[in-house]
Design a protein around this ligand. Structure first.
Ligand code: BGC
Length: 751
């Protein structure tokens, strides 16, 4: 565990600057507004180790798949989110010498990310020869005007002598990615002048879309403009001034960022950029900040979580919600939630099944239904790509991708893309989950029924009939446990395939005549689906009373994780891949993932037998694993275990638990703390249109409370040593169940 920030309820702060932790600091101080985001790298050049990164949602580039032995059907590229034109760049000269914290002498370092309003502040005092100068930086990405980035720098002369300050502020398209397209530059400049730069991504061999992005910078400053330098790839303006003792110079840089995702032609894009720049130029810094802060305040008002008696847990929870909000708030149905959001390059910034399995349950609870609906619409709009993915495998229907920007599979490991098809079932499940939680059937009966039908068509073609067993089977898959590949009859996948077919048949009975006509599912097709449902093989072991992860699982050398010497953990950093594949060790919930999804459909004995069997063999080496296990443990009244798993997920990044936060934050796992608390500790469920709770309080805590959005209401749930309290903050009265007892929520209810 590595803790580099102080433990505070609303802030991520430090007074220390350690060059060896620079990348960690950058990841943990990332900002975002759903439209774009950036790591907390410095405004000015830093010659030490750093991972600069600014990413714009939906702007990506293909990275060629490189393998020695090419097989038919391999995905040709891995889509990657790319570094945008660096628009925050500002260098500072003090008496002609460039500020660079890697070499300069400095004191009073402060770095603070305020989770309440998404403002990042940094300050220090630097000494260069006789000059002593204080710098205060402030930056935010506006949530009120998504295209706007604001930086403000105050520079104060603390020395007796006069100091000459120059600020060279640039837009720089000369950027690369570290994790992909090695040494490639993506941007070709199309237009450049002293305050704007428009660049287009290079043409590529895969025919994937090209993107144009435009940046225009405006300034409010007490300094004087003294130079400008329009180059081929970078444009900059120099502002200069002389400061007497205690005199302060200020400079604000406001950049408008637009892309071809929103404008059809370069002319339209440039004119939109000019209009937006003009619009914000009439507003003061305080006005821009207030508009931004007001939206943050509304978000926290609706979904803050309070934990008393454990500031570490409190900070972890807010940090995670902040990470989610900065990545996605449902404003753009074309965007989604990448596993690293806007905080790093790994995982390409693309959409994974993480969204449906881990983000949907949380967004349902913390925002209005439209936000989750947009996540569902995202898949609907990508159906054309999903047909192509299925066709590539010689199959009918739709196979949603494991990784994508546009519906087309863009990951490049065959064992994931061909085989990890459980994702198709998880995407179907999210439609059910949304409908179950919101009670809104408008999606499932329209767009959703199309998605379900096409997924069902895929499953019906992907199964095969084993004459010997008189059962349908699915061979050659990878379950969520990626520590095994190419297994036969993964229980998770078979269960989801059978369930999707059942659910689709139910929904087909409810859709309108027009929709049924459009879906065009013949009686013969329905009969075939029913036959698959009736004869689907679901591996089960009678003696152990467990669902078997796949056909060969019980023949493995079944040893618990406790048998692995501590110095060999995590196994993915110590063992060869084949040793991992042969081992019984489970990367993340596989059987238990589906049991979590359908937690009320299984008996307590079934849950207990499966949890007791699988959890001891689970290494939880995916950050997504802990939350699901926390909920299952809480359901089984294994309270201590539930809390342990909560702790593992809630401060995963703040404590750099997996030693990989340098690459960026685990945004999709940031859902884990909320899932564990709300569904685990508070036992929140929605069953047959009824909201219910079975709360307990972790022993270490004095209390916790959270706000939850449910069917037009905001409900506050508080649990303390005396019991639980339920308050209707807004909306109509509601009948709920608390520990199985009916209660009407019309104001404050105490249990
Ligand atoms: C997990 C996958 C997940 C991916 C992105 C992997 O380590 O095993 O389930 O989709 O990370 O978060």
């Amino acid at each position: 565990m590595k803790r580099i920030f102080e433990v505070q309820p609303w802030n991520v702060s430090t007074h220390e600057f350690k060059p060896e932790d620079k990348r960690l600091q950058e990841s943990m101080t990332s900002l975002g507004n759903g439209y774009m985001g950036m790591r907390g790298f410095f405004d000015e050049d830093y010659s030490g180790d750093s991972l600069p990164g600014i990413y714009i949602g939906g702007v990506w580039y293909p990275d060629k798949t490189r393998v020695g032995w090419w097989k038919n059907g391999y995905p040709k590229y891995f889509g990657k989110v790319i570094n945008a034109v660096n628009f925050i760049k500002m260098n500072f000269m003090i008496n002609g010498s460039k500020l660079d914290l890697a070499n300069d002498e400095f004191t009073d370092f402060d770095l603070d990310l305020n989770l309440k309003n998404g403002v990042l502040v940094r300050s220090f005092v630097v000494t260069k020869g006789a000059a002593k100068v204080q710098f205060n930086f402030e930056r935010f990405l506006s949530v009120a005007q998504k295209e706007l980035s604001v930086q403000k720098v105050d520079i104060k002369n603390l020395s007796d002598a006069e100091v000459k300050i120059e600020v060279i502020s640039a837009l720089d398209s000369n950027v690369k990615n570290e994790d992909a397209n090695y040494d490639e530059h993506f941007w070709e400049v199309r237009h450049i002048d002293e305050d704007s730069l428009v660049a287009e991504t290079k043409a590529n061999d895969f025919g994937t879309p090209r993107f144009t992005s435009g940046m225009q910078a405006g300034y409010v400053t007490s300094l004087e403009k003294t130079d400008e330098n329009v180059g081929d790839t970078e444009t900059s303006i120099t502002f200069s001034g002389k400061l007497n003792k205690d005199e302060v110079a200020t400079i604000e840089k406001r950049v408008i960022v637009v892309t071809s995702r929103d404008y059809d032609s370069q002319d339209e894009l440039i004119s939109a950029m000019n209009d937006l720049s003009a619009k914000i130029s009439s507003q003061s810094y305080d006005e821009l900040l207030t508009a931004h802060e007001n939206i943050w305040a509304e978000r926290w008002e609706q979904s803050d979580v309070k934990i008393e008696g454990d500031t570490e847990a409190q900070q972890g929870m807010r940090f995670n919600l902040f990470g989610l909000f900065t990545t996605y708030y449902g404003d753009d149905a074309r965007l989604n939630i990448g596993p690293k959001g806007f905080t790093g390059e790994k995982y390409g910034g693309a959409t994974y099944w993480d969204t449906e399995a881990f983000a949907v349950p949380v967004y349902l609870g913390i925002t209005k239904p439209e936000v989750t609906r947009n996540l569902l619409m995202y898949r609907y709009k990508q159906l054309d790509g999903a047909y192509i993915n299925a066709q590539e495998q010689g199959l009918k229907g739709a196979l949603f991708p494991m990784v994508t920007f546009n519906g087309i599979e863009c990951h490049n490991e065959w064992e994931i893309t061909f085989e990890e098809i459980h994702r198709n079932g998880d995407i179907a499940f999210a439609i059910y989950n949304y409908t179950r939680y919101t009670g809104d059937k408008s999606y499932v009966l329209n767009e959703g029924s199309k998605v379900l039908t096409e997924i069902s068509r895929f499953w019906a073609d992907r199964v095969h009939f084993s004459k010997r067993n008189n059962q349908y089977m699915i061979h050659g898959v990878t379950g969520p446990d990626e520590y095994e590949n190419n297994v036969d009859n993964n229980w998770n996948t078979n269960y989801l395939a059978q369930w999707t077919l059942k659910y689709t048949l139910e929904i087909l009975k409810e859709v309108s005549a027009d929709q049924a006509k459009a879906l065009n599912v013949s009686d013969e097709e329905k009969a075939k689906w029913q036959d698959i449902i009736d004869k689907m093989y679901l591996p089960y072991d009678k003696d152990l009373d467990i669902f078997v992860q796949h056909d060969g699982f019980l023949d493995k050398d079944l040893e618990p994780v406790s048998a692995i010497p501590k110095d060999q953990l995590p196994i993915n950093q110590h063992w060869s891949w084949d040793k991992i594949l042969r081992s019984p060790y489970i990367k993340q919930g596989d059987v238990l993932q589906v049991m979590y999804d359908f937690i009320d459909e299984f008996t307590p004995e079934q849950k207990k037998h499966n949890f007791d069997f699988y959890e001891p063999m689970t290494v939880h080496e995916s950050s997504l694993s802990a939350a699901i296990h926390s909920v299952m443990a809480a359901d089984l009244h294994y309270e201590k275990k539930a809390v342990e798993f909560y702790e593992r997920t809630a401060r995963l990044d703040l404590d750099n638990y997996n030693n990989d936060t340098v690459d960026g934050l685990h945004i999709t796992s940031m859902t884990g703390g909320w899932i564990a608390m709300v569904q685990g500790f508070a036992g929140m469920r929605v069953h047959n249109d009824t909201l219910s709770y079975k709360p307990f309080l972790p022993k270490k805590w004095d209390s916790y409370s959270f706000r939850q959005v449910f069917r037009g209401r905001v409900i506050e749930v508080s649990v303390d040593k005396q019991g639980s309290h339920f308050e209707l903050i807004s909306g109509d009265p509601l009948d709920i169940l608390v520990d199985g007892k009916p209660t009407t929520l019309d104001s404050l209810q105490t249990n």
